[in-house]
Design a protein around this ligand. Structure first.
Ligand code: PLP
Length: 397
């Protein structure tokens, strides 16, 4: 059976070039990058080269990049690191601003901070799934120490006005963190132009290895580390360097930078064909979130009277991998907080599906998904009592 992978926002396959670059550092070049002998220095040089490659992708300086275990750790370090540093300076409860559509890595970190006495404002979004910078500005208080707004949303793909929010943060002298895990390597990211102080990225979202990410920390930013240990990563993140991981992240960053525009155009064209064909050909379907301001790779669609989880399973049985917007928590199927935030009902959120394309997605993959989809939708709708009764009403009227 042909297998089609349309879940690239979850993770991407390792690029063969990245694997080749990593291989020596898993076998022969095994040194500890903190050792002073030859083996260590070989490893250190490789990590520093990777740091430059990552920095270049986001227009940062290499010494502003700290390697981490991924997006989750980078987000947590950004939030806790800024708040704890501010508390150490003044030891009073603080205030931070995030959006209502953040990834759980930011959302749950903010909620943990709330339990420690930090106030959190959750800025709302409208049906477009885009944050209004004026709302961010209105939320600022004298105690605000951090604004953390994601660059691209993982479920909808919507791109937030980071440059405008960066300007607001800078004008008020507040640190600005962005979770750019879904945007780095897919669309241009420039920490200077966007006035970003802290940025999280994760290599496995752009064809690098899982378990490796980075946090950009602007020079002069006052940040406490999340972990305590040795003096690695300029005291910002202790632990023996993951040399092969860093090398993989660096090579993946380089590949992404060299191919950014053509790749984005090609993927957007495929995504649009997939989306337009579905919306035009299958009744009772709709797009979630803004059509224009979103990643080239992502399409989040609603199929009324279709149960999302059942859809994903049925498509998977036919070889097509996609995902729902709903997350299963504590045994009950809660609708996604992102889809709820844009105003969808529980039912609509449960009928929403995310298709995310990537570097390896081909026109044939899209054809295959388009051939499979109508039958699956029809089959699942036939099981829906609501759909059956609404059809009978239409037939009789
Ligand atoms: N932030 C966003 C927006 C994400 O999409 C993800 C992963 O899905 C993360 C953070 C977490 O990254 P990681 O898987 O590297 O921990």
């Amino acid at each position: 059976m042909r297998r089609v992978y349309l879940d690239n926002n979850a993770t991407t396959p390792l690029a063969p070039e990245v694997f080749e670059a990593m291989k020596p550092y898993l076998v022969e070049q095994f040194g500890n990058a903190s050792s002073i002998h030859w083996f260590g220095q070989q490893a250190k040089a490789a990590v520093e080269n990777a740091r430059e490659q990552v920095a270049k992708l986001i227009n940062a300086r290499p010494n502003e990049i700290a390697f981490t275990s991924g997006g989750t750790e980078s987000d947590n370090t950004g939030l806790f690191g800024i708040v704890e540093a501010a508390r150490r300076r003044q030891d009073s409860a603080k205030h931070i601003i995030i959006s209502a559509i953040e990834h759980p890595a930011v959302l749950n970190a903010a909620q943990a901070l709330e339990k420690r006495g930090v106030s959190v404002t959750y800025v709302r979004v409208g049906s477009s799934g885009v944050v209004d910078p004026d709302d961010v500005e209105r939320a600022i208080r004298p105690q605000t120490v951090l604004i953390s707004i994601m660059h691209a949303n993982n479920e909808l793909g919507t791109i937030q006005p980071i440059e405008e929010i960066g300007r607001v943060a800078r004008e008020h002298g507040i640190s600005f963190h962005t979770d750019a895990v879904q945007s780095v390597g897919k669309i241009p990211v420039d920490v200077e132009r966007m006035r970003i102080d802290l940025l999280s990225l994760s290599a496995h979202k752009f064809h690098g290895p899982k378990g490796t990410g980075a946090l950009f920390i602007r020079k002069g930013t006052n940040l406490l580390p999340l972990l305590y240990g040795g003096h690695h990563e300029r005291d910002r993140r202790p632990g023996t360097e993951n040399v092969a991981g860093a090398v993989g992240a660096g090579r993946a960053a380089e590949l992404a930078r060299l191919n950014l525009d053509p790749q984005a155009r090609r993927i957007a064209a495929l995504r649009d064909r997939l989306e337009d064909t579905i919306l035009a050909g299958i009744p009772l379907t709709a797009r979630n979130g803004d059509r224009e301001r979103r990643l080239p790779s992502t399409s989040n669609l609603r199929f009324d009277h279709v149960e999302g989880e059942a859809f994903v399973i049925a498509m998977d049985l036919k070889g097509v991998a996609c995902s729902t917007g709903a997350a299963c928590s504590s045994g009950s199927l809660e609708p996604s907080h992102v889809l709820s935030a844009i105003g969808l009902t529980k039912g609509q959120a449960r009928s929403s599906i995310r298709f995310s394309l990537g570097r390896l997605t081909s026109a044939e993959d899209v054809d295959c998904a388009l051939e499979t989809l109508p039958g699956v939708v029809e089959q699942l709708r036939a099981l829906s009592p609501h759909y059956r009764s609404s059809r009978q009403l239409t037939v009789h009227s």
